[in-house]
Design a protein around this ligand. Sequence first.
Ligand code: F0G
Length: 354
Amino acid sequence: MRTQGVIDRYRKYLPVSDKTPVITLGEGSTPLVHANRLGPAIGFPKLNLYCKLEGLNPTGSFKDRGMTMAVSKAVEEGTKAVICASTGNTSASAAAYATKAGLACYVLLPAGKVALGKLSQALMYGAKVICLDGNFDVALDMVRELGADGKITIVNSINPYRLEGQKSAGFEVVEQLGKAPDYLCIPVGNAGNISAYWRGFKQYKELGIATSAPKMHGFEAAGSAAIVHDRIFPNPETLATAIRIGNPASWKEAVKAAADSGGKIDEVTDDEIVAAYQLLARTEGIFCEPSSAASVAGLIKHLQSGAINEDATVVCVLTGNGLKDPDMPLKLCQPDLTPVAADVDKLRHQLQIN
Ligand code: F0G
């Protein structure tokens, strides 16, 4: 039997009909893992923490939930090509789903600021890739203009179907946990995903499937924290390149999600992001990309400030797979990769096996 993707699974809550062709790679249904070692490791033993592993989607990020919708609707509407600006993951996802649909895919990336794995994906799936002399916000402005006549479908999260697909992650969290968590911690870049999760939680509450909805705690990188400081960052900077965005497209909806849920959008520094990235790998065996770890960095910050109760049930969304960014671990771990002779005694000594 074909693995059910987001559209088949949540058809009745999505703007699709029997006429919508379903372009799927089997996205969604990602694991929600009980992260029981991390709380004690940071001095919060009563914390009830879960991680939603969105890096296990078909192209390695949460974007696939929205892309199955955007590309299916694009095919239904008769388009022949899709276009996006991207810090990497959207481009990988768009390229894969466009190929699956037989559409052309055009991608604008901020030159030199996209993790190697993501660039490799877009190339392998056969997209036409342009590295732009400008950041993500400039690339998105270009895409808005290139797609303005409607001949090419824009599949950034300004495409209304993207967030509809992505709200399915909120549904899944409620189903997997058997209830809504007290808090959802999530990275914020272009601010689409926090908005989408809130839609999902709100809808399940309105339908009576959940009795409550979580407080939404979103985290921008400090060098790109437009929403936190209520001003555009013309030159956003952070090593978390996926969220290196200075003028988020879903700014207003994200602010509303945080306010309506009783949550908060805050910022985390690159040092806090890197510490959380390493902590997840070393305490939980979870390898996410640096930007994803902004959710855990933010959780730690809010546990320490008391903004999140120490005995709360919390879900951290880990948006992308660690393998997307193979350079970062090598920079951090600085391994000695010189070959060692195949001599058991020497190896025993070197590995300090007694
Ligand atoms: N985490 C990862 C791994 C991302 O790739 C992104 C966004 C985010 C978090 C933030 O999500 O934009 O909905 O607030 N990446 C986009 C891209 C911008 O082009 O791949 P958001």
